[in-house]
Design a protein around this ligand. Structure first.
Ligand code: TRP
Length: 347
């Protein structure tokens, strides 16, 4: 069986450090290792519209921002097909057919959808399109015969639902679709990075993100005002590193090299942590180190971004070419699906 990697992001704002450690970094690694047959990364604008249908400008404007994020972290269009979801007309068509295979109760049970419904305060007025998005996501995945889907852990219920739909489809219409597997980061802290305010998740709507496009000054401000251990009042006090976003970010991003370069009095993160836990290590010092680590991460990203920002035509061309390629693939899957469903009248 071919190894086909696919993943995407909703364009509702720029991508942040949570996206970076949770997925983007991994994508670039997969890309550079080159052990796959096909790799697709796409902008999920159709999905973004399911809960932003009354704000099309936000979605439209975010598309370019997200592609710039992709290119600046190092996704390479010569290795990866980058495309826009809404340009692929086979996707809504596949969605329509898969809708027959899923019950309303099953959609309402999806834990990610459930918590989003609560967060968005839909109450009993849930838009059908929104509730339906896990089915549309299954179309995204199966249209490309994806076998591996690198995502954050909030997407695991989507993958479970996709696998169910694939099995159901293949049962009824014969072996047609490929079952995908989720791929989440090995490093547990990378699966869901907390916000700078200590809340469970970095999220644009909570205003607790460090964005990949933030400049140095902005990063410094955000890091220096980060939530830490509220009981660590004086330097001598013993501190908590476990629920402390400053240490969680270090866990996700810092290497022994960073210690050598910026904080040579400690060999590694374990040493720094045990000092903090014992007492005698102030927050400011740890935050300054975190700032250096984040800056090392973001500097090369900013440089690439600058190049692409100055060459927007090139970026649109990448998307156009990618969407063309993606259409060919998705159309051939649609053909296979229609044949299996006996609706291939004129072939
Ligand atoms: N649901 C994903 C998110 O919120 C975006 C997405 C849409 C996706 N379709 C996908 C991810 C298919 C992986 C595979 O970020």
């Amino acid at each position: 069986m071919k190894k086909i990697i696919l993943t995407g992001d909703r364009p509702t704002g720029n991508l942040h450090l949570g996206h970076y450690v949770g997925s983007l970094k991994n994508r670039v690694k997969l890309q550079d290792e080159g052990e796959f047959d096909e790799m697709y990364v796409f902008i999920a604008d159709t999905q973004a519209l399911t809960d932003n249908f009354n704000n099309p400008k936000k979605v439209r404007d975010s598309v370019l921002g997200v592609v710039l994020d992709y290119l600046s972290v190092g996704l390479d269009p010569s290795k990866v097909t980058i495309f826009i979801q809404s340009m692929i007309s086979a996707l809504p068509e596949l969605t329509m057919y898969y809708m027959n295979l899923v019950t309303l109760a099953r959609l309402e049970r999806n834990p990610t959808v459930k918590s989003e419904i609560k967060q968005k305060e839909f109450g009993s007025s849930i838009p059908v399109g929104f509730l339906n998005y896990p089915i549309s996501q299954t179309a995204d995945i199966t249209a490309f015969d994806a076998t591996i889907v690198p995502v954050g852990d909030d997407q695991l219920p989507m993958l479970e639902q996709a696998r169910e739909i694939v099995r159901s489809f293949n049962n009824i219409y014969g072996e047609t679709l490929v079952e995908p597997k989720a791929m989440i980061p090995d490093n547990e802290v990378c699966r869901r990075l907390p916000g700078t305010d200590g809340k469970a998740k970095m999220s644009k709507s909570l205003g607790n993100c460090i964005y990949l496009k933030d400049d140095s000054e902005t990063v410094k401000k955000k890091v220096m005002s980060m939530y830490t251990d509220p009981n660590h009042l004086r330097v001598e006090d013993p501190g908590n590193t476990k629920d402390n976003p400053v240490f969680i970010y270090l866990e996700a991003l810092s290497t022994d090299e960073h210690f050598k370069k910026y904080l040579p009095e400690y060999k590694n993160l374990d040493e720094l942590k045990s000092h903090y836990e014992k007492g005698g290590l102030g927050d400011v010092k740890v935050k300054r180190f975190l700032y250096d680590v984040i800056e090392d991460t973001l500097r090369p990203i900013r440089e690439k971004r600058k190049y692409y920002e100055e060459n927007v035509d090139l970026v649109y061309n990448i998307l156009k070419e990618g969407s063309k390629k993606a259409n060919e693939k998705a159309n051939s899957t649609l053909k296979r699906v229609k044949k299996a469903m006996l609706i291939d009248y004129f072939d």
